[in-house]
Design a protein around this ligand. Structure first.
Ligand SMILES: Nc1ncnc2c1ncn2[C@@H]1O[C@H](COP(=O)(O)OP(=O)(O)OP(=O)(O)O)[C@@H](O)[C@H]1O
Ligand SMILES: [Mg+2]
Length: 313
């Protein structure tokens, strides 16, 4: 096991006597080569958890082990086992991407790692080679973020932690970044991906956890998490015009209208009935088209976190 987090809580003191429970009794573990997605709203407690794993801050209670040994007892060891891409943009100043990545590679003592060759390959794969020698302060936000990513993976530890790595990165380079991550995990390196981008996470991770107000609301493979909340399907229909009125079919568990678009949620057993219904509506000219899809993890995320928001407000 690369990482074991057992009953970890972190309480910060807020203004006056108030307390902020940023992490509340969190437990999970991570195996070699696994990609673990950590999802959650702003302020959910994701970065706080990451900072405890790398020994930057200590848990109020609970235990964290990396490769079988306590992080609390040797935080320096934790920082050599883990490599981190922090959430905040690194101030590169006058350093160029090539210099920053080389320095990091040397600092992480890339024994057997040919830092220069690896760096050239990373820059080529991410298609950022043309900025390799541009001063940090002249770089665009996305290239700066990708430079920080290269710094985290130039000599990866056993655990690579990426806190919002694809923020401000274009869709094409995001794909390149995911290819690199997959290559790294094939060598047995594990990855924790912290993100708000739920759909991207669904495609990329082996297991996922939804963190909300310091607690895990759901944990497991993306499909298990989806099934634990609902095994419903969703039918989206485009109406011919804004004023069209359509009677809600009996198989619809819920429905929502946005302008000319209608969304129905339905049980899997009603799929055939729903297709029949949609075809009929199309033949009668009431709808332009329709599409049927399984619930996404984003639907689950919104459903889970919004229920809790209601319960706690
Ligand atoms: N050093 C600190 N002192 C006091 N409170 C803190 C401290 N660090 C974080 N918090 C609080 O702990 C909670 C969790 O913060 P955290 O940064 O872990 O959230 P996050 O899930 O990473 O959010 P985001 O998606 O916005 O990055 C927040 O309420 C935050 O204000
Ligand atoms: Mg954060």
């Amino acid at each position: 096991m690369i990482l074991e987090v057992k009953g970890v809580s972190k309480v910060f003191s807020g203004r006056g006597k108030s307390r902020i429970v940023a992490n509340d009794d969190l437990t999970f573990s991570l195996k070699e080569g696994e990609i673990f997605g950590l999802l959650g709203h702003n302020g959910a407690g994701k970065t706080t958890l990451v900072n405890q794993i790398i020994g930057l801050i200590t848990p109020t209670s609970g235990e964290i082990n990396l490769l079988g040994k306590s992080v609390l007892k040797s935080p320096a060891r934790a920082r050599s086992i883990c490599s981190l891409q922090p959430q905040s943009q690194l101030p590169l100043g006058f350093l160029t991407p090539a210099q920053a990545v080389t320095i990091m590679g040397k600092m992480r003592a890339g024994q057997g790692f040919d830092v220069k060759r690896r760096m050239e390959r990373l820059f080529e794969k991410l298609d950022i080679g043309r900025w390799a020698n541009t001063e940090g302060q002249r770089l665009s936000g996305g290239v700066r973020r990708l430079t920080a990513f290269c710094m985290a993976v130039i000599v990866p530890g056993n655990l690579v932690i990426l806190d919002e790595p694809t923020n401000d990165v274009d869709p094409v380079r995001r794909r390149y970044l995911w290819q690199i991550i997959r290559e790294i995990t094939s060598d047995g390196t594990s990855v924790i991906l912290v993100t708000h981008n739920v759909l991207e996470a669904e495609k990329a991770v082996d297991r996922v956890a939804i963190l909300h107000q310091g607690k895990f609301l759901a944990k497991g493979t993306p499909s298990a998490v989806k099934n634990s909340v609902s095994n419903k399907m969703r039918l989206e229909v485009s109406l011919t015009n804004e004023l069209s009125q359509i009677e809600i079919p009996t198989w619809a568990v819920s429905s929502q209208r946005k302008g000319t678009r209608l969304f129905f949620s339905l049980p899997q057993s009603s799929v055939l009935a729903a297709i029949d219904w949609a075809r009929g509506q199309a033949e009668q000219g009431r709808i332009i088209d329709y599409s049927l899809s399984p619930t996404t993890i984003e639907d689950v995320y919104v459903e889970l976190t919004s229920e809790k928001e209601l319960l706690t407000s």
